[in-house]
Design a protein around this ligand. Structure first.
Ligand code: TYD
Ligand code: MG
Length: 476
């Protein structure tokens, strides 16, 4: 037991200060600096060990073996896609997401699949797995596991919040894969600071990372995320782990999106799609049907956009409703879309196309609980607004994709070919695109437009068609 000393640390960026301050001098956040009591020997010994191992010898880069770095497939298609094949031995993955989004469910399913050893991994008898639950009791986890059909003999369960007990149990079980749910609720009683404090989270994560590297255990840590999307606690967690996965979705929709924010062993551009069902999370390998199944083709105000999530094309229906407002300050509502882009496109429609939204409530929506924030959706949003104003629908087999500039011009967006190929696969035959867009893939024809005014025309919308609407005359 060593001397206890106090330091002051920022909860956001983990910068250390000799005394308390209201504003963090490093990241500028207010009221984030808290006192941290550190027992000197424990901490110093740990820090020394973390960096120096007795057998540390530098070797030529081409020598070391790449074996063991081959990912072990989890057996859940969408998770393996995001992980770039599976979990790598000795790697540490942080799975972040808001409470209730399904992190514990996903990992329980992943562990049971790993323990079962699915047919994909021919000949493998399944991995030894340990789930350390620091949030739910063993009974709660077992009940859920029974419901999900996850009661596998090779899956071990430990309900424990103290880190030394978790590490001891990991040493005894010697799992191939260890899950700690969650890193914020695990603590080490040796450390003087309170459970959940920055110091605890950081030190516990460091020790788990070290154990993962020493034993070659693929380790997954669950991390809670605050409302603004940041991982609660120190950002340093993101630096000590190999992979950061983010699990997102709208609480009221069944759709869940899994992304790799950082990945040392694979791409960060992949997107995994899941649906939350009564039997846990189900893969959505072909999202085409998911977003468009309830679409009312031929309804005014609806336009389909081939958007891109990472490398994955997704066809999403954008809807707009422009309605006469009884309010002095009309409403502007954007759901699943960027409200700034909606405001900009409304202004461009007003000034460059002659469609006035003044005095109207404007609602815009990306259907299905997905968030579409890329500029490639501008054109579809603009056409949806015009279509709602004129009361005319776009043809059912038409999509639109392109960025709208402030002068009303259309700009090409990345990977147009890939987007249009997916649209063609799902039965769309025409696409409104910027004039500069490349030749389309087979099966779909392009209608080119240099400006938003031209796009409105090629989409077959006639401004002024609806007598009760808000259109002004189109400027010559
Ligand atoms: P959970 O995995 O506990 O979320 P997290 O660990 O991210 O906090 O999942 C919570 C929600 O998922 C819960 O509100 C109920 C829902 N759920 C289902 O709809 N179906 C299921 O089969 C399971 C296990 C959970
Ligand atoms: Mg949980």
């Amino acid at each position: 037991m060593g001397k206890v000393r106090s330091t002051y640390r920022c909860g956001e960026c983990a910068a250390e200060f000799p005394q308390w301050t209201g504003k963090c001098g490093s990241c500028g956040a207010w009221n984030t600096v808290v006192e941290e009591r550190v027992r000197e020997t424990a901490s110093a010994a740990f820090n020394a060990n973390a960096n120096a191992s007795a057998a540390a010898v530098a070797i030529p880069i081409a020598e070391g073996d790449g074996e063991g770095r081959r990912p072990r497939p989890v057996g859940i298609g969408e998770l393996d896609r995001v992980l770039g094949g599976g979990l790598v031995a000795g790697s540490v993955t942080l799975l972040g997401g808001e409470p209730g989004i399904g992190k514990s469910t996903l990992l329980l399913q992943a562990l049971s699949s790993l323990a079962r050893g699915s047919s994909v991994r021919s000949g493998s008898g399944g991995a030894r797995c340990l789930l350390a639950s620091a949030e739910e009791s063993a009974q709660q986890v077992r009940l859920r596991a029974a419901r999900l059909g996850a009661l596998e003999p090779r899956l071990f369960l430990l309900a424990e919040t103290e880190l030394p007990a978790i590490l001891a149990s990991a040493a005894a079980v010697a799992p191939d894969v260890l899950v700690v749910d969650s890193i914020q609720t695990v603590h080490d009683p040796e450390l003087a600071s309170a459970p959940g404090s920055v110091a605890q989270v950081r030190e516990c994560a460091h020790r788990l990372v070290r154990a993962a590297k020493d034993r070659g255990t693929a380790t997954v840590l669950v991390g809670h995320v605050t409302k603004d999307g940041a991982l609660a606690g120190p950002r340093v967690l993101e630096h000590v782990v190999d992979t950061v996965l983010s699990f997102e979705g709208e609480r009221h929709h069944a759709l869940r999106l899994l992304r790799a924010v950082k990945h040392r062993f694979g791409p960060t551009s992949e997107l995994g799609l899941f649906e939350m069902t009564d039997d846990g999370l189900a893969d959505v390998p072909d999202p085409g049907g998911l977003f468009l199944s309830d679409r009312q083709a031929g309804a005014p105000g609806s336009v389909v956009v081939p958007t891109l999530e990472g490398h994955r094309p997704l066809l999403v229906e954008l809807q707009a409703l422009v309605a006469k407002s009884p309010l002095a300050m009309p409403r502007r509502s954007a759901q699943g879309l960027d409200s700034g882009r909606l405001a900009m496109i409304s202004a461009v429609l007003e000034e460059r196309v002659g469609v006035s939204l003044v005095g109207a409530d404007v609602y815009a929506l990306a259907v299905g609980g997905v968030r579409v924030v890329e500029p490639g959706a501008d054109l579809a949003l603009a056409l949806a607004l015009v279509s709602s104003v004129t009361g005319e629908a776009l043809p059912a087999d038409m999509v639109a994709c392109g960025e709208v500039g402030l002068c009303g011009e259309l700009r090409q967006v990345g990977q147009t070919g890939r987007r249009l190929a997916e649209a063609a696969r799902l039965g769309f035959r025409r696409a409104v695109v910027p004039a500069s867009a490349p030749e389309p893939p087979p099966g779909i024809a392009v209608l080119r437009a240099a400006t938003l005014v031209e796009a409105v025309a090629v989409a077959g919308l006639r401004i002024g068609a609806k007598p009760v609407g808000f259109p002004r005359a189109v400027p010559a």
